[in-house]
Design a protein around this ligand. Structure first.
Ligand code: HEM
Length: 510
């Protein structure tokens, strides 16, 4: 496999004025003609190994810390994730309401992600739990309960059941599945099949990032005015209004039910989804929270990130078809033994390794731990970072030859093998974070939704591996795209997919 971060426009593309224009080791050097942000970061790292350097980026000037400092800053309150997010995503400007809540000051989102979403993975109102049904029921797709579960959760890549090869755009199909599954968890049965909501939840994040980037091209002082005229910002506002129109009646209905129950002394209904949890937690903490904004924020942090890694994983598997049989074998063995449950998902160690390896080569961001320095800080290497400095930590350990053998190659067994080394078992797991693997961040702000994302990805992959064959469409472009700090799986990659015969496995929904 080629190193995936090469310029998506292909070799020989003429050097352009890059988004990242120059880097300076705290003010010394200047560089101009580099073709991609990834190459520029790599050059800077080579020039200043293990040192701090600065770059001008689409976010303004950013200071990059070497991975050695990740541990030092990871829980330091003077490095704020909140203000970095607010400033980068225009909190306070209409349409960017999620950036305000994204400030995450009230901690509601972290709380829901950490406490409710992770803890309730095994309960009946969440999608993963829905897989527990078949365990307790005869494993036949004709059983009415199984059929109803099947209707509620659709893991279909193809609408038709035909066993013929059909070409699909990987991104579209994967995003579809993740949006449906996530909406089922976040909003319950009422909304998860609402086509208008699904369209919003799939597109909002892309519009959010595009609009934010466009707006950043204007001086901060003008942004409160110009956003009214930027088409992407208009689109964001209209999506926000549409989301409110869809969600508010449900929110009102639930509130009415609760008030009626309180008035009549009946038990107050509990709603086992994120819409219900956030209302309850906000009341308990006495904080204001607009549930529609909360849902959009949840979509922003979770749906595209999960779909992106899932797509990258499917593409990697398609590029290495030798891994498919061992994966199917592992999934089948685990399901036969213990059905689909939270603990059986952790027994799928090869699957875990395959996803982690796909993430290692193409994380969602080429640098990690976005923070803003809130007061002057002198680091252990005697460098002082001034208040207001925007900081990232270098993620290059994931491709470091001193850490990984042939780091440029995809090896689905890499992290499985690492598990067998004394002292490395925990670090080799997909959910673990460390300065060597920063794809979920690290420290206090490390992604609290990763346990949910991992379960969702594993469940979807179990279904896909057992029910479908897939391979790359001839000539399709699988190269990821890097845009500034972001890296996304190829948005145009096409797969050939077909339904498999005779895939019934005990403990698995047909
Ligand atoms: C494969 C999927 C995902 C990836 C790759 C991912 C990645 C990340 C990363 C890199 C961070 C920043 C960490 C840091 O700076 O130290 C983050 C933060 C966060 N993520 Fe995720 N994420 C994913 C899925 C999810 C899901 C499903 C949820 C929610 C259900 C979620 C909720 C959050 C929240 C709330 C934060 C902010 C944490 C804080 O401020 O303390 N993420 N994520």
């Amino acid at each position: 496999m080629r190193f995936p971060f090469s310029d998506p426009r292909g070799p020989g593309y003429p050097p352009t004025q890059p988004r990242f224009a120059r880097f300076t080791p705290l003010g010394r050097c200047d560089r101009r003609f580099v073709t991609s942000s990834l190459e520029l970061l790599a050059e800077a790292r080579k020039a200043f190994p293990d040192r701090i350097f600065r770059m001008v980026t689409d976010l303004g000037e950013v200071t990059f810390l070497p991975h050695q400092l990740a541990e030092e800053i990871k829980n330091d309150q003077r490095f704020s994730f909140t203000t970095a997010f607010e400033k980068d995503f225009h909190a306070g400007i209409p349409g960017f309401e999620t950036a305000e809540l994204g400030g995450l000051e009230n901690g509601l989102l972290q709380l829901i992600a950490r406490k409710q979403l992770t803890r309730n993975l095994g309960k009946s109102h969440t999608v993963p739990s829905a897989m527990d049904y078949p365990k307790a029921l005869p494993s036949t797709s004709n059983h009415p309960e199984v059929r109803s579960v099947n209707r509620r959760i659709e893991f279909k890549l193809l609408t038709q059941a035909a066993q013929v090869w059909t070409e699909v755009v990987a991104r579209d199909r994967v995003l579809d599945i993740v949006a449906r599954v996530s909406s089922r968890i976040y909003l319950g049965d009422e909304v998860c099949r609402n086509a208008r909501w699904l369209a919003i939840t799939k597109l909002y994040t892309t519009h959010f990032f595009t609009a934010a980037t466009k707006l950043r091209m204007y001086p901060r002082i003008l942004r409160h005015l110009v956003h009214w005229f930027i088409p992407e910002c208009k689109l964001l506002r209209s999506q926000f209004n549409d989301a409110q129109k869809i969600l508010q009646p449900i929110i009102n209905y639930r509130r009415d039910l609760r008030s009626a129950a309180l008035a009549t002394g009946e038990p107050v209904p509990e709603f086992g989804d994120a819409l219900g949890w956030v209302e309850r937690e906000a009341t308990a903490k006495s904080v204001d929270c607009n549930p529609s904004i909360f849902q959009l924020l949840l979509s922003t942090v979770s749906i595209n990130t999960t779909a992106d890694l899932l797509e990258q994983c499917m593409l990697s598997i398609a590029q290495h078809p030798g891994i498919i049989s061992p994966l199917r074998e592992e999934v089948r063995d685990v399901l036969r033994l213990s059905g689909l449950s939270k603990s059986s998902l952790s027994d799928m160690k090869l699957l875990d390794s395959v996803i982690k390896e796909s993430q290692r080569l193409k994380p969602t961001s080429i640098a990690a731990m976005r923070r803003r320095v809130e007061e002057d800080v002198t680091l252990s290497n005697a460098v002082t970072l001034k208040r207001g400095t925007r900081v990232y930590v270098e993620a290059s350990r994931m491709w470091d030859p001193s850490l990984h053998r042939h780091p440029e190659q995809w090896d689905g067994y890499r992290f499985l093998k690492l598990r067998s080394l004394p002292g490395r078992e925990r670090m080799a797991q997909l959910a673990s974070t460390s300065p060597d693997h920063l794809a979920f961040g690290h420290g206090e702000h490390a992604c609290p939704g990763r346990f949910l994302a991992i379960s969702v990805m594993k469940i979807v992959l179990c279904h896909l591996l057992l029910k479908y064959d897939w391979m790359l469409s001839p000539g399709t472009d699988v190269k990821p795209i890097t845009n500034g700090i972001l890296a996304v799986a190829s948005p145009t990659a096409r797969l050939l997919i077909r339904r498999r015969r005779g895939t019934a496995v005990p403990g698995m929904i047909e």
